[in-house]
Design a protein around this ligand. Structure first.
Ligand code: PMP
Length: 593
């Protein structure tokens, strides 16, 4: 079923406010007779009432109400599988959705007809309601067995959310089949857009058009909520503590690691190291495995397409060890010349590191073939997935890469968190790069024993909350379905290429047959900066510059390009707006000149 209806209310905003609303309710239902002052001052009751009025628009489909039901009284999204404490099976989820959906609907109906001052009594009715919260609570606790310390967590008297400690029951099921918030079986761009609050932003008086996705992506509400729930309910340093919050945060963090492993189809969560991002992951491999395995005369092969993050650490390693950096060339469309690449490989090649998708041109490299060829000469392969994982299905076991890196912020997760995947046997055989807390099993002044991987590569306190946010983002993307995303983006890219090509004087840079998400161009007679600024004035965010990929731009005789880059929430209408502004710049109708 499609969830889009142009007349629908702003569900995300309503959900957010409903979230605040339910958070404000005391757990024991005592709000019934309390004054409105009981409500948290954070709750904007006027706004909530207005929104609730919109919500009872008869055109609201059940599924939309179900989306509202992803908010529990405690403010925790209860039907999304982002956190490990509320995993119910599909039937239980459906029951919970139905119950809470009707609760929210009746609350919304009631709210719609009342003034803000009656909110507290309405809230009381909601809490007192014979089914919703009671039933829901029962459902949730019925499936709670033991918490991670092994203690039973059922409590007859508990009013606090005992479902908090539910063990993850089916971590590897196919999330794309669940009818949950953020799930859009037939891909509906308008429905997914509503998951991203920032897309409602206005910039320079215009509706924001976010076409800077290769630099960073926007975050869905489920990710924002998950991070917020972490700080509200779970925040603690992980591991080695006797207290409950350490158990919760450790569970959440390790669950995120499982989610990443599942997403990449790694054979174990132990193959997943949390880092700051792709840059740190590549430096980690260069400074640990690289320093331990590369020596004078060895060769490291990269391609002309690489981001500086996949050039500089290898050049530094070569300078440190006396190894030689070799670079595989590309053709005029920006495609790796496989023959030339093959010629570079020989028994001295110890490492090949290349991108799966070029951030400057959008070229998809023939990764599988390149990895196979490298392995034939005994080289290890690092695949830079920074620009691929949000657009293509990536399976590290099928690819057989030895490492894969990606950054959370380019896949709808927060900044400051990223992933290094490494084959277990390689990680185990590699000595750590950074030393400190968390990564050791035992320390004396004479001897240090390291933890096994991945802990040995995670020295110090990591970015716990954002790792949890990354888990939520990947689950969100899995619910939408990477295949759906790839299909939709493919059509959108084809449309954008065709539209931009129709502009006089516009030269597209990067015209590979296999290409995704990125549209680099220059416009005759206009600097890339001017085009970028004109677009910004029209509320359209693109990047103009060298995109941290100077060698490949210079290969095309350029120092910079304008680079719109797509995500699955972009629309054909947004492409039309982009093209219209560029056309006006080209015609001299707008500009800064
Ligand atoms: N590799 C590629 C292909 C990239 O596009 C980027 C970011 N633009 C990076 C590596 C580095 O990512 P980060 O800055 O998140 O570490």
């Amino acid at each position: 079923m499609t969830t889009h209806n142009a007349n629908l209310p702003d569900i995300e905003q309503l959900t957010h406010l409903a979230n605040q609303f339910f958070t404000a309710l005391p757990c024991d239902g005592s709000l019934l007779n309390a004054g409105v002052s009981t409500l948290s001052p954070a709750v904007d009751t006027n706004k909530l009432t207005d929104l609730a009025k919109q919500a009872v628009n008869p055109s609201v489909e059940t599924v939309e109400l179900n989306k509202l039901s992803t908010v529990s009284r405690s403010g925790i999204p209860i039907n999304t599988p982002e956190a490990n404490f509320y995993f119910l099976d599909a039937t239980q989820q459906q029951q919970a959705i139905t119950h809470l959906g009707s609760a929210v609907k009746s609350a919304s109906l009631a709210l719609a007809s009342q003034s803000p001052k009656d909110l507290s009594s309405l809230a009381g009715q909601h809490v007192e309601s014979p089914i919703e919260t009671e039933e829901l609570h029962k459902l949730l606790v019925a499936h709670a067995t033991v918490n991670r310390s092994g203690a039973p967590i059922h409590s007859e008297t508990a009013t606090a959310p005992t479902f908090y400690f539910l063990e993850m029951q089916k971590p590897h099921r196919d999330l794309s089949t669940l009818g949950l918030a953020g799930s859009h079986t037939a891909f509906d761009v308008h429905a997914v857009r509503r998951d991203f609050p920032i897309l409602r932003e206005r910039v320079n008086g215009q509706q924001l058009v976010w076409l800077d996705n290769a630099a960073t992506t926007q975050k869905p509400q489920v990710v924002i909520d998950r991070i917020s729930a972490f700080y509200q309910h779970e925040n603690s340093n992980i591991h080695r503590a006797a207290h409950e919050l350490a158990a919760r945060s450790t569970d959440a963090y390790e669950q995120a690691r499982k989610t990443v492993a599942d997403f990449l189809h790694a054979s174990s969560p132990d193959e997943i190291v949390f880092v700051r991002g792709s840059t740190e992951a590549i430096n980690l491999v260069a400074q640990s495995w690289g320093r331990q395995n590369i020596s004078k005369g060895d060769e490291i092969v990269i391609t002309w397409l690489e981001h500086h993050a996949n050039i500089v650490p290898w050049k530094q390693l070569c300078d440190q060890t006396g190894a030689v950096l070799r670079v595989a060339p590309v053709d005029d469309d920006g495609q790796v010349l496989l023959d030339e690449y093959s010629k570079l490989l020989n028994s001295r090649t110890k490492l090949v590191s290349f991108t799966q998708v070029s951030n400057a041109l959008g070229t998809i490299t023939p990764a599988q073939t390149m990895i196979e060829l490298a392995h034939r000469v005994g080289a290890k392969v690092l695949l830079d997935g920074a620009q691929s994982v949000s657009h293509l299905h990536v399976d590290v076991q099928a690819l057989q890469c030895d490492w894969l890196v990606f950054s959370g912020h380019k896949i709808f997760a927060p900044t400051g968190i990223g992933v290094l995947y490494g084959k277990a046997e390689i990680l185990e055989a590699t000595q750590p790069w950074q030393g400190g807390g968390n990564m050791i099993a035992d320390v004396s002044f004479d001897k240090i024993i390291y933890q096994p991987a991945p802990a040995r590569f995670e020295a110090g306190t990591g970015n716990i909350a954002d790792a949890v946010g990354l888990g939520a983002a990947l689950e969100y993307l899995q619910r939408i379905g990477v295949a759906n995303v790839a299909r939709y983006e493919h059509d959108l890219l084809a449309y954008a290429i065709e539209s931009l090509r129709s502009i006089n004087g516009l030269r597209l840079i990067g015209t590979a047959t296999e290409k995704t998400s990125v549209l680099s161009f220059v416009l005759k007679g206009h600097s890339t900066q001017d085009v970028g600024e004109a677009l910004n004035k029209a509320g359209i965010a693109v990047r103009s510059g060298h995109h941290c990929a100077q060698p490949i731009l210079r290969r095309f005789g350029l120092e910079s390009t304008v680079r719109p880059s797509l995500a699955f929430y972009n629309t054909h209408e947004e492409i039309d707006r982009l093209v219209s502004v560029v056309r006006q710049v080209q015609a001299g109708q707008i500009g800064l000149y």
